[in-house]
Write a protein that binds this ligand. Structure first.
Ligand SMILES: NC(=O)c1ccc[n+]([C@@H]2O[C@H](COP(=O)([O-])OP(=O)(O)OC[C@H]3O[C@@H](n4cnc5c(N)ncnc54)[C@H](OP(=O)(O)O)[C@@H]3O)[C@@H](O)[C@H]2O)c1
Length: 329
């Protein structure tokens, strides 16, 4: 495969290269793409140096697959140009996710919707991916009615600039701000931009994307998304009301038997998921599984994953692997 990684110099791009190498993705030619600011710089892949090229040069080289992590505006402008050249684009931005003509895919859940005609495929939001990985198997068994989720999201979810802001604040150095306020020793109830309904765009992604991935609008989700000063890994406090009752032991077994999900749940040994343990792992970790004693058929749980891996790079590479395996590119 001739593969382009667009946004190769970014937070997600760096992990994308790591994941492609680890999984030994079948690459015959690798095109590393970033903004004009980075053209000519060098990046290594599997010990070999590659020179960063611009988007127009990459389109002209007609890669079979282009994995984009370069922001929504870049995707809106350039993904269609790659698609016209015959490239299949897997896009990490929010640009195409809710477009009814584009598929929104978490491979473990709905890769079977993909066809050779899908030339722009959307990777869901990082917080959405870890949420649906745990919700999907429980929804199949107990049917969800309503989900309430509060997120505790790391600065790496905002990109290089935000990680630098936290590092600067911790070192007592003045520098460029990615957020409107300090993030060190703080919690910002503000992820992505505010919308007219008072929610943030991140909160509405969490509300809408799971319905599209599960192809089911019969349940509703309400979210509060909070940025906290962790370097990597998003956490979520999740309350789910089901139509049908459950046994906690069955819930644990269902989650444990779900590929890509690991249960870490033992109060006796203080075992629960945390960002420092999820770091650099592909699984979604679930713990603090307990009955909500205030409401019928309701469950509380705590979900943690590495936002740069399963929340972004790993999920995108899994989509690309599915395309190759099923001869869709
Ligand atoms: N961080 C996460 O956890 C996460 C998770 C899921 C999805 N995403 C999405 O992935 C994308 C990248 O996020 P990130 O956190 O990696 O951001 P980032 O660290 O700021 O990196 C942005 C990347 O995009 C490139 N880029 C920016 N403008 C460009 C342009 N006009 N043309 C070509 N390349 C351009 C940058 O290249 P230069 O270095 O040359 O500026 C850099 O490689 C975003 O759409 C984000 O929403 C992020």
């Amino acid at each position: 495969m001739k593969v382009a990684v667009v946004g190769a110099t970014g937070m997600v791009g760096e992990v994308m290269l790591k994941v492609l190498a680890e999984r030994d993705f079948p690459i015959t030619e690798l095109l590393l793409v970033a903004s004009e600011r980075s053209v000519g710089k060098k990046l290594a892949y599997k010990g070999q140096e590659h020179t960063i090229i611009g988007l127009a040069d990459a389109v002209a080289k007609k890669p079979q697959i282009a994995i984009f992590s370069a922001g929504g505006d870049t995707s809106l402008e350039w993904a269609p140009k790659f698609a016209e050249a015959g490239t299949t684009v897997v896009d990490n931005s929010s640009a195409w996710r809710m477009d009814p003509t584009k598929k929104l895919v978490v491979p473990e859940i709905n890769a079977d919707v993909l066809t050779p005609e899908d030339k722009i495929i959307a990777n869901p939001n990082c917080s959405t991916i870890q949420l649906v990985m745990a919700l999907a198997p429980l929804h199949s068994k107990y049917k969800m009615k309503r989900v309430l989720v509060s997120t505790y999201q790391s600065v790496s979810g905002t990109g290089v600039k935000a990680v630098k802001q936290l590092e600067n604040e911790m070192a007592g150095v003045d520098g460029e701000m990615a957020y409107p306020y300090p993030i060190n020793r703080n919690a910002l109830p503000h992820c992505d931009v505010f919308l007219e309904n008072g929610y943030t765009k991140e909160e509405m992604k969490l509300a809408r994307e799971p319905q599209k991935i599960l192809d089911d609008r019969s349940f509703s989700i309400s979210a509060t998304a909070v940025r906290i000063p962790t370097a990597g890994g998003h956490s979520e406090s999740v309350n789910v009301e089901f139509e049908n009752d459950f046994e906690l032991s069955d819930v644990r077994k269902i989650l444990n038997d779900t590929p890509g999900v690991t249960v870490q749940d033992n109060p006796d040994t203080n075992t629960y998921p945390m960002p420092i343990y999820a770091h650099d792992k592909d699984e979604v970790f679930v713990g603090r599984i307990r009955r909500d004693e205030s409401q019928r058929n309701s469950l509380n749980m705590w979900i943690v994953a590495d936002n740069l891996r399963k929340g972004a790079a790993t999920n995108a590479v899994q989509i690309a692997e599915y395309l190759v395996k099923n001869k869709l590119v």
